[in-house]
Design a protein around this ligand. Structure first.
Ligand code: C2E
Ligand code: MG
Ligand code: MG
Ligand code: MG
Length: 289
């Protein structure tokens, strides 16, 4: 009896494993097609200056217009694309689209000083990230100073010298570097000091739980103090409420992103927000203070 159910479990397990492998293979093919058919596109989330309400930049966020499943978020495919290496090619398209958009905004006189792009581990490991990035900027005539790359804190822990060397090269060329999801990984402070980091982005989880758990307030204050002592600028992710906004403003966090101001939007909507709504944003913010 026991043996039989054990056999069943094994059978179930191997079926599920086979199913999963089939799904992964399927996704590889789908991503390959998506790259050819240009199904990937970017949405842009405003980054705003907390004190003035002015939108200072945009974070480019990847989306996939899937032919059957609708619009997919990075959480639905980036991990696997990372595992099978396809993220490198996706990353190239991302950079291409972000630079093309930035150039368009520049030509149209849109007062946005920075575009942030998320970079994954495989892109760093691929070896030619820096050359490719600088060549793409040049081809689109976008000044390197207008680009910021975001690497997650957990990447810092796993990546040794190759990562540091590439970040320094980028910094020398004028590209800014931000540490994303800060507080969730574990980078030693010593390492943070030795890397060319311009900005720290406080992870959304701390902001989200700010009202419910006082310890998050302490963590946020500590991150801000650490960043400022190392002469880095701080951006808070995921600001959704007035309370969160006020807390961050009063603790001298410089910038923010979040649904309180705007979710990620299309380029047209982004331009509209920058041109016509920043004054309204400022009014909204001032009313709450
Ligand atoms: P991230 O870089 O930390 O981006 C912030 C995420 O928080 C975005 O999710 C954004 O839509 C979401 N968000 C912003 N404000 C709020 C808010 O007020 N409330 C809530 N609940 N969420 C908010 P998204 O676009 O799904 O991206 C998820 C992650 O995927 C990103 O986290 C980033 O790590 C990764 N990612 C995005 N685009 C790319 C890309 O082009 N390349 C790579 N390698 N990774 C990317
Ligand atoms: Mg990011
Ligand atoms: Mg983040
Ligand atoms: Mg994240």
């Amino acid at each position: 009896q026991a043996k039989r159910s054990g056999g069943n479990r094994l059978c179930c397990y191997s079926t599920r494993l086979a199913e999963q492998q089939a799904m992964e293979r399927n996704l590889v093919n789908e991503i390959r097609e998506a790259l050819e058919r240009q199904e990937f596109f970017l949405m842009y989330q405003p980054v705003f200056h907390l004190d003035s309400g002015v939108i200072t930049g945009a974070e480019a966020l990847l989306r996939w217009r899937h032919p059957m499943r609708g619009i997919l978020s990075p959480d639905d495919f980036v991990d696997q694309a990372e595992r099978n290496g396809q993220i490198v090619e996706i990353g190239r398209q991302v950079l291409e689209m972000a630079c093309r958009q930035m150039k368009l905004w520049l030509d149209r006189g849109l007062p946005v000083s920075q575009m942030s792009v998320n970079i994954s581990v495989s892109q760093i490991e691929s070896g030619d990230l820096v050359e490719h990035l600088l060549a793409t900027l040049k081809r689109h005539q976008v000044p390197p100073e207008m680009l910021e790359i975001e690497v997650t804190e957990s990447m810092l822990a796993h990546q040794g010298e190759p990562m540091a060397a590439q970040l320094w090269k980028l910094r020398q060329a004028g590209v800014a570097v931000a540490i994303d999801d800060f507080g969730t990984g574990y980078s030693s402070f010593g390492r943070l000091k030795s890397l060319p980091v311009d900005r720290v982005k406080i992870d959304r989880s701390f902001v989200r739980e700010l009202e419910n758990d006082e310890r998050n307030a302490s963590i946020i204050q500590a991150i801000i103090a650490l960043a400022h002592n190392l002469e880095m600028v701080v951006t808070a992710e995921g600001i959704e409420t007035d309370y969160q906004y006020q807390f961050l403003l009063s603790h001298r966090c410089e910038c923010g992103q979040g649904f309180l101001i705007s979710a990620p939007v299309t380029p047209v909507r982004f331009e509209d927000l920058v041109r016509h709504h920043w004054k309204c944003l400022r009014r909204t913010i001032n009313q709450t203070s």
